[in-house]
Design a protein around this ligand. Structure first.
Ligand code: GEM
Ligand code: ZN
Length: 383
């Protein structure tokens, strides 16, 4: 047997190797984000294990940011980095362990199916070939990457731009929540499908503003929850700064320039094995109009997408208790508009589980495409 080797020198690579001496007891620690205490994301390759019954043990799983995220969780693996599958995994409250006898000499492991920065750039490049898409560079992240806003509308439609509804989708404020960018890819691809009547109607009536990756630095660094400066972007919306949270500062500034009629913020949840939304019922400015809009949006999504549900979720905030440092709360309050946080599972959808892949990139894409129907259902009610 060749000597085992673990690599992390690639996009979103992250793990700490404690011992590779015994292939039946590979000892690892999950690494913290580069400038914060959050630890949960992992992504690495292991070489030299073909045909060997490997056991990998994550010794500090019980000290990670969301230990309940390991209950019922299964590690994701891939040989070709395109097709990812779930492997047998156990968690005893402290140590998470998983077993695999690799079919090939190199196998990748990750917390969730990764969405690479190269794929992000390929997505932007492909979309801007559409006549409906314009790309705007809002500014730079702390590591020097572009914050790129996509604007989508049918400029040939009869409705003047000023009368179109402004629909925002931001995704992956928390970089380890890669499902959020898969969601955005599915949303964008359906919106630009010329055969899709829902898309044609929405592009005629709306202008869409989309950021598929709000935190490219954190994503490339292999962080779970923070940007290069250690900022949790979903706690920066009340008072962002170019020095600490330029990603939020730049997007908030653009929202204030063009306005918001509906905002969706795509995330992933470590513990709950469901797709659900969280609204703005805790905001001081929450009104019966917004409550009705939230109800109608959820009813339309429930009616058209079995992967979406409302029985499980975070629970309702108490009136006036909404933390306005969070994106959808700040946007909902400041633009008096419908705003939802959308949560997808790192585990699986317990209502419709898939034993082979769990929840994954493709299912996230389909969910992103499905959300156009509730958007269509409420678009005429937004103002
Ligand atoms: C959350 S998103 C906030 C929504 N919470 C409620 N109760 N409305 C966060 O930012 O902590 C979870 C996530 O990160 O996905
Ligand atoms: Zn999140």
């Amino acid at each position: 047997m060749n000597a085992l080797h673990i690599s992390t020198q690639f996009d979103a690579g992250a793990i700490e190797v404690l011992s590779l001496a015994d292939p039946h007891d590979i000892q690892l620690n999950i690494r913290r984000d580069n400038a914060s205490e959050f630890a949960q994301w992992f992504h690495f390759s292991l070489q030299g294990g073909a045909g060997v019954a490997l056991c990998l043990r994550f010794l500090n799983a019980g000290q990670c940011a969301y230990p309940k995220g390991w209950d019922g969780y299964r590690v994701v693996a891939s040989y070709d980095r395109q097709h990812w599958f779930r492997i047998d995994t156990r968690f005893d409250g402290q140590v998470m362990s998983c077993e695999l006898t690799p079919e090939a000499n190199c196998v990748y492991f990750a917390y969730f199916e990764p969405y690479s920065y190269e794929r992000h750039l390929d997505l932007l490049a492909a979309l801007t070939r559409s006549q409906h898409v314009t790309q705007e560079r809002l500014g730079s992240t702390l590591d020097g990457r572009d914050m790129t806003l996509l604007q989508l509308t049918d400029a040939q439609s009869a409705r003047p731009l000023a009368q179109k509804k402004k629909i925002w989708l931001i995704a992956r404020q928390h970089p380890g929540e890669a499902m959020a960018e898969w969601f955005a890819e599915g949303f964008l691809q359906r919106l630009l499908d010329p055969a899709e009547s829902v898309a044609r109607v929405l592009l005629a009536q709306c202008v869409f503003y989309v950021l598929p990756n709000m935190n490219p630095d954190g994503a490339v660094r292999g962080n779970l929850r923070t940007n290069a400066a250690g900022a949790n972007l979903n706690r920066e919306w009340a008072a962002p700064s170019l020095e600490r949270s330029p990603e939020v500062f730049l997007v908030r500034q653009k929202m204030q320039q063009v306005g918001v009629d509906l905002c969706l913020d795509a995330h992933g949840d470590e513990g709950l094995p469901y797709n659900f939304v969280a609204g703005c019922e805790g905001n001081p400015g929450y009104t019966p109009r917004l409550e009705t809009l939230e109800h109608n949006f959820k009813a339309a999504w429930l009616a058209s997408c079995p992967d979406f549900q409302t029985a499980q979720g975070y629970g309702r905030d108490q009136p006036g208790q909404g933390n306005l440092a969070l994106a959808t709360r700040w946007v909902g309050q400041n633009f008096d508009c419908l705003a939802f946080t959308i949560e997808m599972p790192f585990k699986d959808n317990a209502d419709w589980p898939d034993a082979r892949v769990g929840w994954n990139g493709e299912r996230s894409k389909r969910l992103g495409a499905s959300v156009l129907l509730p958007v269509l259902a409420v678009v005429d009610q937004l103002r």
